[in-house]
Design a protein around this ligand. Sequence first.
Ligand SMILES: [Cu+2]
Length: 371
Amino acid sequence: MRGFTGRGLAVAAMLAAALVLQFGAIGTRGAEAQTTGLTVATGAGEPGYAVNLFGTSKVTVAVGSTLTFKNGWLEPHTVTFSGSKPVPPPSDPTAPVPTNPGKTVAFDGVTYLNSGFLLKDQTFALSFPNKGTYPFVCIIHPGMTGSVDVVDAGSATISTQAQLDASATKTFADATAALKAASATAAAKGVTKTANADGTSTWTVSVGGLVGPSDLQQFYTPGLNVQAGDTVRWVSAVPTPHTATFLSGTPLPIPPTPENQKVLLPTPAPAAGFDGTGYVNSGIIGVGWPGTQFSVKFTKAGTYPYICVLHVDQGMGGTVTVSQAGQVIPAKTGTGGLVEATPASTAMQAALVLALVGIVAVARRATKARA
Ligand SMILES: [Cu+2]
């Protein structure tokens, strides 16, 4: 997610997360339509890399046919045909709200039509009764766009699924390669070490990264070795929300989403420093969010894993290894910051749905108000 600004961002993220989780647990939309017409791949990725693009920027279909969009990765997306309305900004609280939940509807070219958030493997389908050219966007990833050309049946220009699949394969491979190149550059830069007046050091870890609409869901450097007394500072220069969070054996905050105050707001380490006990969280850091950086002073030798609460399911995590003061710091480990993907358990999802029913109701009221 990115592109939000200020307070509206928190609200939007709140509603968005609620809907993601609600629909993630309750079921997919438009699944019936999957067997007819063409399918456009919507997003892709692998641990540490979220490709926020449609598999094709242009698809041509026969008038009257159905088109299905399917999310292929853990990063949520919307498929939004704004019709005669302007494309809503990511901060619009109705952005994640589906206009026609569970239904495959005809797009008349004018009426605003929105999938709401699609999670991995979820689909959104619509049909096109009128010829024309219709742009679509993902609201939360500015730059993730495409368009549908609706033409006479029998036209030689109508896309085939093989063409769309080939386009998606190339689009996603190119974007993944670009992300990996940017990641290599960030990794090569590594951390910055600054000497403090008291003889300790401050280490700066860079959080995330962007290539067009696509995200690096990683810390640079993820495996960091410091000495007791040193401070580690996490800094984000991207609008994508991230956290640096030491669970220290406490449970993952439920829900692990921006509307949870325990995720959104910082829980700093004690003034004396972090000794590896207790929940310590940066809160959401990123451009346009309340903060862009977070510091922790480490007081005790040990190995301390941390995660981005929002993207731990995409493998975003790291480790700070603290040596005793005066001992030689091992060479930095450089890689190994990705953690194993941990999708929410069924029980956890059920708990999330219960907690979020109220927020979803608010979001639906907002949709009605918009219409
Ligand atoms: Cu993150």
